[in-house]
Design a protein around this ligand. Sequence first.
Ligand code: NAP
Length: 293
Amino acid sequence: MSKKVLITGAAGDTGRAAVKESLAVGLDVRAMVRKIDERSDALAKQGAEVVVGDLNDINTLVSALEGAEAAYFVWPVAPGLINATVNFALAAKEAGMKAVLNLSQRSADRNSTSDSCRDTYISEQVFNWSGIPVIHLRPTYFLEWLLYPWQLPFVQQGVLRMPVGKGRHSPIAAADQARAIAALLKNPEGHIGKTIPLSGPVEMDHEQMAAELSEALGRKIVFQDLPIEEYIASLKQMGVPQYVLQHFSGAMLDYQHGHMSGADNNIELITGKRPMTVGEYAKLHADVLNAKQ
Ligand SMILES: NC(=O)c1ccc[n+]([C@@H]2O[C@H](COP(=O)([O-])OP(=O)(O)OC[C@H]3O[C@@H](n4cnc5c(N)ncnc54)[C@H](OP(=O)(O)O)[C@@H]3O)[C@@H](O)[C@H]2O)c1
C-alpha cells in the first residue's frame, strides 16, 4: 500500500503542483481545498482524494489528516498564518504525523518591517515548539511572479516592472518546489528539523532577467525600476490587498539591500534534477506571457 499524504492549499500554486508531483512519485494523495470547484475537480481527475477543509477550523483538519503519515502546510500571503499554524500543529500532533513540510519564505525574519515576514518567522517557531517532526522550506521569489495579475499585463507589454534596483535573486518555479515537496513527503528521513532554502539555478539582477525573458519570448522585455511607493500605489489601484502591499513594501526594501541574493542547489540535491531557469519557465508559459492585451 502506498503512503498517504495530505497536501493543503491544493488549489493554489505550490499545492496544486505538489499534488501532481506526489502522485507522480506514487504517493496516495489527499488534497485539501476550501471548496469544491473546477480546480478541485481537476485534482480528483488526476487521482487525488479531494477533501474540503479549513485551516481555521481544527476539526476539519483532524479528519483531513486521518490515516496520513506526512503533510504539506501552506498559507497564502494573508493575515491569519499564526492561527492556521497553531491549528495545523495541534491536529498534526494528535494525528501522530511523521513529517510536516512547512512552506515558509526566504525572508522569514522577526526584525523585518513586513508583517508577513515576521508572521512567517513566528509560524516556524510555533511548529518547532509543537514538537512535531517538521521541515521548513524557505523558497526565494517564485517565477509565478511573472503571471501574477499585477505583473502579467506589464510583461505582456514588454516591461519587467520591479522596484528592486540592482538587487539580485535566483527565482524558482512552483513546479520545481513541488518536486522537492513530493520527494520529502515520500522520504523525509534525514531532513526532519532542517530549514531548507529553495532557489532557482542562476542568480541574476532584473536587467539580466529581462534579457533572458527577451531571448526566451522572442521579443524585447525591458526592466523598469521604480520607487517602492509608486509601485505599491499602482498595485493598490489594481485591488491588491493591504496585507500583501504591506509585505511588498518591506520585502522590496530587503530585496534592494541584497537579502535575496545567492542561489543554492537544494532542489537538485533532493530530487536529482536541477530547477528551471528563467528562460525555461518563460518558454513553458510563452502562450500566456506573449498573449496580446
Ligand atoms: N510568491 C512568492 O514569491 C513567494 C516566495 C517565497 C515564499 N512564498 C510563500 O508561499 C506561500 C504561498 O504559496 P502559494 O503560492 O502556493 O499560495 P497560493 O497560490 O496563494 O495558495 C494558497 C492556498 O491556500 C488556500 N487557503 C486560503 N485560506 C485557507 C484556509 N483558511 N484554509 C485552507 N486553505 C486555505 C487557498 O485556497 P483558495 O485558492 O480557495 O483561495 C489557496 O489555494 C506564502 O506563505 C508565501 O509566503 C511565496
